[in-house]
Design a protein around this ligand. Structure first.
Ligand code: NAD
Ligand code: UGA
Length: 441
């Protein structure tokens, strides 16, 4: 099939590359000329494991192209994915300006039947707005061309995007158009090991499903973070509690890790947007308000522990900080807890020696205005002359570090373990003062 993605970010690029892998002919469009230049020169603008190989293979096979040419891109695809950003507006609602601009650019150019797919995360009712924007542009140039708008939210996780797209738990298609449904089924047939993985539903339910999924996952995390704070007070270990409850299949093990708070481009904005949708319909989503509030507090938990240990005035203190990205295996720094932690420590006079395996270039851009932050080429380099080690992101290489070196290079062997990487009993045996999350320390 001929496919176009409008927007070549995390979702658009992964969608385009994975659909090309199944034999489709895909054109990825972006307004960001720099991104398209990098892709056309064989580079990948984001860090995503396995993506480079899929892109390279399909570009070489002539099935995957990148362009800034809107006319060519709109004319190429019969199926057009809108995969542009939907950042939070000032009031927390999803800003639809990029989605609607993409819709208008389709309406201004299309000359034959198109299935327009909302892949971006968009509030209930957006498909109607996309349909109206396209229809308005068609009417403006008096063109009579058929089209359908379907919702097909994306559930991939950064850092595991290729795996998630290639082997989805489910594919949700919101459609009220029979022909479009058939085309979506055919497009996704290679990804659905059995047809019960593809759920066709009405458009509004599909749009809602995406927010419900992210809100549920964020709720689990905030719930565990809140229990972790209490566990510290009552002398329980949240890691043992996690295993104890996760073994119940009704609860399950995933997304029960207490830590330094959730970040990323999606949970924070999607929780906000759903709360906002509730307000627009006179319904306060009380649980989600609390989820957000608990997460804001959680991002400060490591700072509170550091202040409790070293005092409010951190002038003259230096902290080694491992892990800047909002989660491992990505260079994405959007809403990363590390940003809040660094800002709070620097505000109190501390210096930060930071290390991240891939996110330092992104981080240095976002922290350009913050004084007192230096970046180290290797994790160990951050340790020398630091007063303590602070772990914010659970990259694999931090799991079994050289503890002797941590002990000898830090001024004092103090570790703030924001992702519960180390066993408290082992740390105690090694003579390392270990401050974890919800583990009685
Ligand atoms: P992104 O910022 O990485 O990419 C969006 C791209 O769209 C940018 O490159 C931008 O230049 C481009 N763009 C904007 N307007 C355009 C236009 N009119 N024409 C062509 N290109 C245009 O965003 P993302 O992370 O890929 O997210 C896209 C959507 O998918 C969001 O709604 C997000 O919530 C959702 N989503 C993201 C993820 C994820 O893991 N990142 C997962 C599931 C869903
Ligand atoms: C999340 C969802 O997992 C995807 O299904 C969804 O498609 C995506 O949002 C989206 O809509 O964009 P992502 O943000 O890439 O994916 O990453 P997650 O693995 O969900 O992690 C989000 C945050 O939660 C991270 O900061 C992570 O550290 C934190 N987290 C995750 C925890 O604190 N504890 C956990 O147990 C799991």
């Amino acid at each position: 099939m001929k496919v176009t993605t409008i927007g070549t970010g995390y979702v658009g690029l992964v969608t385009g590359a994975c659909l090309a892998e199944m034999g489709n002919h895909v054109v990825c469009l972006d307004v960001n000329a720099e991104k398209i230049r990098i892709l056309n020169e064989g580079g990948i603008p984001i860090h995503e494991p396995g993506l480079d190989a899929v892109v390279k293979r399909n570009v070489e096979a002539g099935r995957l192209q990148f362009t800034t040419d809107v006319d060519a891109a709109v004319n190429h695809g019969t199926i057009l994915f809108i995969a542009v950003g939907t950042p939070p507006g000032e009031d927390g609602s999803a800003d639809l300006q990029y989605v609607l601009a993409a819709a208008r650019s389709i309406g201004q150019r299309m000359t034959d039947y198109k299935v327009v797919v909302d892949k971006s995360t968009v509030p209930v009712g957006t498909a109607d707005k996309v349909r109206a924007a396209i229809a308005e542009e068609l009417a403006r140039r008096d063109a009579k061309v058929g089209f359908a708008v379907v919702s097909n939210p994306e559930f991939l996780k950064e850092g595991a995007a290729i795996e998630d797209f290639m082997k989805p738990d489910r594919i949700v298609v919101g459609s009220d158009d029979e022909q479009a449904t058939l085309m979506m089924r055919a497009l996704y047939a290679p990804f659905t090991r059995s047809h019960d993985r593809l759920f066709v539903m009405d458009v509004r339910s599909a749009e809602f499903t995406k927010y419900a999924a992210n809100a549920m996952l964020a709720t689990r995390i905030s719930f565990m973070n809140e229990l972790a704070l209490l566990a510290e007070k009552v002398g329980a270990d949240i890691e043992l509690v996690r295993r104890g409850i996760g073994s119940d299949p009704r609860i399950g093990y995933q997304f029960l890790y207490a830590g330094a708070g959730y970040g990323g481009s999606c949970f924070p904005k999607d929780v906000k947007a759903l709360v906002r949708t509730g307000r627009e319909h006179d319904q306060e989503l009380k649980v989600l308000n609390a989820v957000e509030e608990a997460n804001d507090r959680q991002k400060l938990v490591l700072v509170d522990k550091i202040v409790a240990r070293f005092g409010e005035d951190l002038a003259g203190k230096r902290f080694a900080l491992w892990g800047l990205a909002f989660k491992p295996n990505t260079d994405d720094m959007r809403e990363a807890p590390s940003l809040v932690i660094i800002e709070e420590l620097v505000k109190r006079g501390a210096a930060i020696a930071a290390y991240d395996p891939v996110a330092m270039s992104e981080a240095s851009k976002m922290l350009a205005q913050v004084q007192g932050v230096s970046f180290c080429e290797r994790a160990e380099h951050a340790l020398a002359d630091s007063d303590a080690l602070v772990i914010v992101t659970e990259w694999k290489e931090f799991r079994t570090p050289d503890f002797d070196r941590i002990k000898s290079e830090l001024k004092q062997p103090v570790v703030f373990d924001g992702r519960n990487l180390y066993e408290p009993a082992l740390m105690s045996t090694l003579g390392i003062e270990h401050h974890a999350i919800g583990r009685g320390t």
